[in-house]
Design a protein around this ligand. Structure first.
Ligand code: SF4
Ligand code: SF4
Length: 447
């Protein structure tokens, strides 16, 4: 069945916006099996527990219900979804046939380790061709560090970074422009990022500048490797916040020090990410919206809410491989909503109020689409918000313009750098001055 695509700004979605809803998203964890060793993730192969995978029938029923409800974005994640490659391809096709427009999936690229072997090219071509014959829009490789060897060591796959770089042009030949997905961690720049306890202002500034440079190095590395799209997954360390009452059903989090940043570190890290995005967004398409980074930095810096509540449990849902059930997100394990196809609308208590974690899959679109929802449902509130923090207002507007220039980071289209050029920051001395002044802003009021 080929259904009409459910476009983001269709009459149906505009009607939903008028009823206080934003276009839906479902993250389907196909499996919690994984063959990688990443210490920052509880699904690593060395962590022993009973593993599960969703069967095709269950995934199809989720997709059909999602299409019926007007969901616009579906992600197939893991574990390692490529361990079930045939099912993955079939389900992406099914989602596309049902008219779901934003379909995403990704991998660690474990199958690209042995890139010196004769059959390497043929293997990559087969995978690229299979994906090219689906409606997948974004296909990501998870990359953990600006240094290939550090990345390989974290994953436990020697040679995989080089294999990914070798495979990228083959994907491009097949009309697929992969995304580099960085799970932000202490080793992202190579040497560990760490801020002293009770830091002085000078130590804060040093941590900020080292972090900007680490993100910049990461951008340079993935650009050199051939990537044209990049995304940051914010550090997930919910175990470090027992007061938050979160409990992970999606085990892509860990108490490991590698992703466990303190509040003052996060305040500086989010500002550093924003600065790096600013410096590189004319050279690579960047998913990460600076309006969210601004809100998260503000939240950690001043201990007060900023930006919009997460739509997890309201418009966005997570399907767990463990029991096939639906959860408001991957981190509210105590709120089992049952089978997705049996859910009768949104649960009554699922008002958008949660800001308990920084999961970018849900926080980024909640923040970026929040003003559109508010414009329709509470225009006065929006005007007040826009006037209250003009920096945020400017960043949000810029994010919208930038995403339009990137074709909303469409991984089935090549980049058009002429459209990104207007977002260029003048480099050299001015860029360094810019970094220093940003460091001053965040370190002066960090307490
Ligand atoms: S981060 Fe990804 S690749 Fe690494 S162990 Fe977890 S699921 Fe596997
Ligand atoms: S902020 Fe969103 S992703 Fe995080 S716990 Fe709340 S609903 Fe879940």
């Amino acid at each position: 069945m080929h259904a009409k695509p459910n476009r983001l700004f269709s009459a149906r979605n505009l009607y939903a916006l008028g009823r206080g809803r934003i276009p839906g998203q479902v993250i389907i964890q196909m499996t919690d099996r994984c063959n990688a060793h990443c210490p920052q993730c509880e699904m690593r192969v060395t962590h022993r527990y009973e593993r599960s995978s969703l069967d095709r029938n269950a995934i199809e029923r989720v997709l059909e219900a999602a299409a019926e409800r007007g969901v616009v974005a579906v992600s197939f994640t893991g574990g390692e979804p490529f361990l079930h490659f045939d099912t993955l391809i079939a389900m992406i096709r099914r989602a596309g046939d049902l008219g779901i427009p934003l379909i995403r999936t990704g991998t660690s690229g474990y199958f690209l380790r042995h890139h010196g072997k004769k059959e390497f090219r043929k293997r990559v071509e087969e995978i690229a061709e299979s994906l090219a014959h689906t409606q997948v829009r974004n296909f990501w490789f998870s990359i953990d560090s600006a240094h290939g060897v550090v990345h390989d060591r974290i994953r436990g796959f020697p040679g995989v970074f080089e294999g990914i770089a070798k495979a990228i042009p083959i994907f491009h030949e097949h009309g697929i422009w992969p995304t580099a997905n960085l799970g932000v961690n202490r080793l992202l720049g190579g040497a560990p990022l760490r801020l002293a306890h009770n830091p002085s202002r000078a130590q804060c500034e040093e941590f900020y500048e080292t972090s900007v440079e680490a993100f910049a190095r990461f951008y340079r590395t993935v650009i050199d490797a051939g990537f044209t799209i990049v995304n940051f997954c914010y550090p997930m360390s919910i175990e470090s916040q027992p007061e938050s009452s979160l409990d992970s059903v999606y085990l892509a989090s860990s108490a490991d020090d590698m992703v466990n940043f303190r509040r003052e570190e996060k305040a500086l890290l989010f500002r550093a990410m924003s600065q790096a995005v600013r410096e590189f967004r004319d050279r690579i398409r960047i998913f990460t919206p600076r309006n969210t980074l601004h809100s998260l930095a503000h939240h950690y810096q001043y201990r007060e809410e900023h930006g919009y509540a997460c739509r997890g449990g309201k418009d966005f849902f997570f399907i767990s491989a463990g029991d096939g059930n639906t959860y408001p997100c991957g981190f509210r394990a105590h709120e089992n909503l049952g089978k997705y196809w049996d859910m009768n609308g949104t649960p009554r208590d699922a008002e958008a109020h949660c800001t308990r974690c920084d999961w970018e899959c849900f926080r980024d679109p909640s923040n970026t689409l929040g003003p559109i929802l508010e414009l329709i449902n509470n225009p006065r509130g929006l005007v007040k918000r826009l006037l209250r923090d003009r920096t945020w207002t400017r960043l949000w507007w810029e994010d919208l313009r930038y995403q339009q220039a990137t074709d909303f980071c469409n991984g089935r289209l090549p980049p058009d750098f002429s459209r990104l050029a207007k977002f260029s920051l003048r480099r050299g001395a001015s860029s360094n001055r810019d970094r220093r002044s940003q460091a001053g802003v965040c370190c002066s009021s960090l307490r």
